[in-house]
Design a protein around this ligand. Structure first.
Ligand SMILES: Cc1cc2nc3c(=O)[nH]c(=O)nc-3n(C[C@H](O)[C@H](O)[C@H](O)COP(=O)(O)OP(=O)(O)OC[C@H]3O[C@@H](n4cnc5c(N)ncnc54)[C@H](O)[C@@H]3O)c2cc1C
Length: 383
């Protein structure tokens, strides 16, 4: 169970969601469908409330909260506005490599600003030809000298990057040798570095307030003291970050499913056919019961992984299970919500169709659900 402080943070999150997020989500998403936009003011509000840095140590400006609390906050935010919850989870992911693998002097120098609540990060892993197969990436960082480089020059293009063009820093995975997935490294690149350029935002199915675009590194010079971990450690760092990041997506998917279920229940109690509320029909009530079972078991699944994480125990398999279970459940629950609303569910008069579109991508990013099955089965069979 969350501590008293955790409960207070959840209550604060609910208050901010009710006042600042829920009332704006529909209209902002509709408007951004034509031209993607990032509601930066919302992130500032969350940042100032301390909600952008929850799972990181207080000595570097973090909230010092267990993952269990952080993820419940993400779930709460997702139930109000999914794009924002995804943004919070992505930002948290971008801080992870430095917080976990950086040296003490790097942490002291860079983390306080990253965790200040004023900054947003972007996570640059994917490339057009290197999606699930990240080990085939070609973005290259070349050291300026063979022995102890002072800087790296980065050339290449990352694809599908959330917050591209808006972020204050870019946690980027780059190739530093031709040794396959053992030739990758991690750099934290300042957002104003000369040579950074951005593509036109993708025209997506949903999450319009989470702008996604290419990031071009056109000979960007990055100081060597911004290399996180050792050269060649990039793949291990990326996978470790994704173990934690996936839990953020699992929690967000649960919040989205909860919002769809709440809407469906309200509608079913209100809408009458054959002279009775449609909730009176067992065929529909059982659909709602299945939705409730899916949401409740999703929550239990991500919390189980979070508690292992908080106890310092291995949780990689459980994180993959949570990502798979919660996002598949979100897809099913949001699909069923459209069904409960009938024709109205297929219109933009209600957010059910938006929830449905937003659920789809949770099965794709931070490792597709096929890749989660790969992670789970490999760990299962390895014993
Ligand atoms: C809205 C959005 C936001 C994103 N944000 C970011 C971001 O901030 N940073 C970032 O780095 N990336 C981001 N991504 C990229 C995302 O992580 C990739 O799209 C994802 O990893 C899949 O890669 P891909 O699209 O190239 O698909 P592909 O890898 O080409 O996969 C296509 C299909 O093949 C399947 N497949 C591939 N390999 C296997 C296999 N071995 N076994 C079984 N099936 C397989 C996949 O599951 C999928 O169904 C984002 C994507 C989207 C859509």
């Amino acid at each position: 169970m969350p501590t008293e402080e955790g409960e207070e943070l959840l209550a604060l999150t609910r208050e901010i969601c009710d006042k600042a997020l829920r009332p704006r989500a529909d209209e902002a998403e509709e408007r951004a469908a034509g031209s993607p936009e990032l509601p930066r003011d919302i992130f500032r509000t969350l940042g100032r409330a301390g909600l952008l840095s929850l799972p990181y140590p207080e000595e570097y400006g973090g909230g010092g909260q267990p993952y269990e609390v952080y993820l419940q906050v993400v779930e709460e935010i997702a139930s109000a506005w999914m794009s924002i919850a995804v943004g919070v989870s992505v930002h948290s992911l971008t801080c992870y490599p430095l917080a976990r693998f950086g040296t003490e002097s790097q942490r002291r120098a860079l983390l306080p600003a990253m965790l200040s609540g004023e900054q947003l990060g972007a996570y640059c892993l994917s490339e057009r030809q290197a999606g699930s197969d990240v080990g085939s990436m070609t973005t290259r960082a070349t050291p300026d000298g063979p022995a102890t480089p002072r800087s790296y020059r980065v050339k290449g293009t990352k694809a599908w990057i959330s917050h591209a063009g808006h972020a204050d820093f870019y946690t980027a995975f780059v190739r530093t040798s031709d040794d396959g997935s053992r030739g990758l490294s991690c750099l934290v690149v300042p957002g104003d570095a000369p040579g950074l350029a951005f593509g036109t935002p993708e025209k997506k199915m949903g999450l319009h307030c989470d702008p996604v675009a290419e990031v071009h590194f056109e000979g960007v010079e990055v100081a060597a003291d911004r290399l996180v971990g050792t050269p060649g450690q990039g793949m291990a760092i990326a996978l470790s970050a994704l173990d934690s990041g996936r839990l953020g997506i699992a929690a967000a998917a649960t919040g989205l499913a909860q919002a769809a279920l709440d809407l469906a229940v309200r509608y079913a109690l209100d809408r009458e056919q054959f002279g009775r509320p449609i909730a009176d029909f067992e065929g529909l009530a059982f659909l709602l019961a299945d939705m409730e079972a899916a949401v409740t078991s999703s929550r239990a699944t991500y919390l189980h992984a979070a508690r292992l994480h908080d106890a310092g125990r291995p949780f990689s398999r459980e994180a993959a299970v949570a990502k798979l279970v919660c996002t598949d459940a979100a897809m099913q629950v949001t699909t069923d919500a459209v069904q409960v609303l009938g024709g109205a569910g297929y219109t933009r008069d209600f957010p059910a169709e938006r929830y449905f579109r937003e659920a789809k991508v949770t099965q794709i990013f931070e490792g597709t659900n096929q890749i989660q099955r790969l992670v789970i089965s490999r760990q299962l069979l390895r014993g």
